[in-house]
Design a protein around this ligand. Structure first.
Ligand SMILES: [Fe+2]
Length: 58
């Protein structure tokens, strides 16, 4: 279950990265900046789940 959550967070980060790149290409730097914040949040979630996974492996 934690593996699935980790994978979902990872995929979310990748989708936001793509959307941020697209926003930059369109010159919408406000949206790109918002998306960067989302990427930061989701990366934090991904790292938290990773740490939980490592705890369960011990
Ligand atoms: Fe998340």
């Amino acid at each position: 279950m934690l593996e699935n959550i980790h994978q979902a967070e990872k995929e979310t980060v990748e989708r936001y990265k793509l959307r941020m790149k697209q926003a930059e290409e369109l010159g919408d730097y406000g949206l790109a900046n918002d998306l960067q914040g989302f990427i930061s949040d989701e990366t934090g979630h991904m790292e938290e789940v990773y740490m939980l996974l490592r705890e369960f492996e011990k």
